[in-house]
Design a protein around this ligand. Structure first.
Ligand code: ARG
Length: 472
């Protein structure tokens, strides 16, 4: 069949060109948005007198029929139709005749694709926000149960100070909260209607863009037609937001890998979310967190790929832009399944507080407390207290014990001091509870953090319901 744009051509396009040029293989994912946009466009055409009532109704009916066929998997996507826009338009005209040929009045595929893709991006932005919120919810529940569970806090992956497991979990939530907010901001920034930009310069038909924006749930129409058909910032925003999210997920995943090793044994992943080895029968491998860690790579790649496609493009639309979709689809699907599976892994894993405590008892975790105590009680300058504590640590190392296991007498001897109360500060729990500055690991502070996140979650879900109820 002749192409919709074939008027000025005298030769058929080659099969090779079709294969190279077509996006239907992947942009068929946009069919729902294409039909939704076409319906609103048709309504606008009817309102401005381009379509009669019957034509408008025929278009609506034809589009519904096509939607049903696609849904039932009986619609045939043909490579010769090039993309989703022409597939649907061609099918419409085949079903309803001449009225179908009027649908593309006052519209270009350039603003059409900008609309479809933006609707996809915004809808998935919201789904991601909801899934992150659900993940935070699960982590907070765990955190609430572990505000007293002592574990070694680490810097440089070396034992540093005693913290609670709950505190560590809340730290994860803090980064996921930012991911959620970042998506929310992107949504707000990009919630504008591209349709009506035409090929690049607007249309001479008086398209009512305000009305279409309202009907499709956008805040308003975009500002400038030329920018509208050429920019893909909305997709890049999503790719960046997802990259950041997956980077955070990869850090959580790395900790799960470490913690489930024999060396740590802080947690055990459930059998349902672990895998075996094909040769070593004893093994239970953390493939899921490893994959979660690895998946971030492709999302960073997708971001880089689209940035590179867009760099240096002259205004306005260029076909290069067709390369925007696959990476976004891939990143979205990667992020969706990663969030789902991480939530499951966390809610089904076993936690071993005794092992955490055991590991907190090695590595002189309360050395800072001792130094602080020497500052307060012996009135030493911190540098001197630090130095002296270092000596006591060396002494304990020589003896092969943790400083918390030393007798007060021995410590005073090494330090050449005469003060009392040292044993109390070397206690892990006291040490953890002592860090009660705002945002610290003391249990009351962790509870505060959990409450604040829970409040944010509620408020956030509320905001999302009223603010972002578009595109549904
Ligand atoms: N398939 C194209 C894309 O994804 C649609 C827009 C094509 N416009 C054009 N003038 N060739 O970008």
């Amino acid at each position: 069949m002749a192409k919709l744009w074939s008027g000025r051509f005298s030769e058929e396009s080659s099969g090779l060109l079709d294969r190279f040029n077509a996006s239907i293989g992947f942009d068929q994912k946009l069919w729902k948005y294409d039909i939704k946009g076409s319906k609103i466009h048709a309504k606008m055409l009817w309102n401005i007198g381009v379509l009669t009532e019957e034509e408008y109704q025929a278009i609506l009916k034809g589009l519904d029929q096509i939607a049903q066929e696609i849904e039932e998997d009986v619609f045939v996507f043909k490579i010769s139709d090039e993309d989703i826009h022409m597939s649907i338009e061609t099918a419409l005209t085949a079903r309803i005749g001449d009225a179908g040929k009027k649908l593309h009045t006052a519209r270009s595929r350039n603003d059409q694709v900008a609309l479809d893709f933006r609707l996809y991006v915004l809808e998935h932005n919201q789904i991601l926000q909801q899934k992150i919120a659900a993940l935070i919810d699960v982590i907070l529940e765990l955190a609430l149960a572990h505000t007293q569970t002592i574990m070694p806090g680490m810097t440089h992956l070396q034992h540093a100070q005693p913290i609670s497991f709950g505190f560590h979990l809340v730290a994860w939530c803090a980064s996921f909260k930012r991911d959620c907010e970042r998506l929310y901001d992107s949504y707000e920034r990009n919630n504008f209607l591209p349709l009506g930009a035409g090929a690049m310069a607007g249309t001479p038909y008086g398209n009512d863009r305000e009305a279409m924006a309202k009907e499709l749930g956008f805040k308003a129409p975009t500002l400038n037609a030329m920018d509208t058909v050429s920019e893909r910032d909305f997709a890049l925003d999503l790719l960046y937001d997802i990259s950041m999210l997956l980077m955070h997920i990869s850090r959580v995943a790395e900790e799960l890998v470490l913690w489930s090793s024999y060396e740590f044994k802080f947690i055990a992943l459930s059998d349902g979310y672990s895998t075996g080895s094909s040769i070593m029968p004893q093994k239970k491998n953390p493939d899921v967190p490893e994959l979660l860690r690895g998946k971030s790579g492709r999302t960073f790649g997708n971001l880089m790929a689209l940035l590179s496609v867009m760099k240096g493009l002259p205004l306005a639309y260029n076909k290069d832009t067709q390369e925007d979709k696959e990476g976004v689809f891939d990143s979205v699907e990667t992020a969706l399944i990663s969030l789902d599976i991480l939530k499951e892994v966390l809610s089904t894993m076993q936690i071993f507080p005794q092992n955490m405590l055991k590991m907190a008892k090695v590595g002189h975790l309360t050395a800072t407390d001792l130094a602080d105590f020497l500052v307060q009680k012996a009135k030493l300058p911190f540098r001197e207290a630090h130095h002296l504590t270092g000596k006591i640590v060396a002494y304990a190392d020589q003896k092969g014990v943790d400083i918390s296991e030393l007798e007060e007498k021995e410590i005073l001897q090494v330090a050449c001091l005469d003060i009392s109360g040292i044993k109390g500060v070397l206690d892990l729990k006291n040490s953890m509870e002592a860090r009660d500055s705002l945002g610290g690991t003391a249990s009351k502070r962790v509870l505060e953090q959990i409450e604040s996140l829970q409040k944010w979650l509620q408020r956030y879900q509320g905001l999302q319901n009223q603010g972002h109820q578009n595109n549904g």
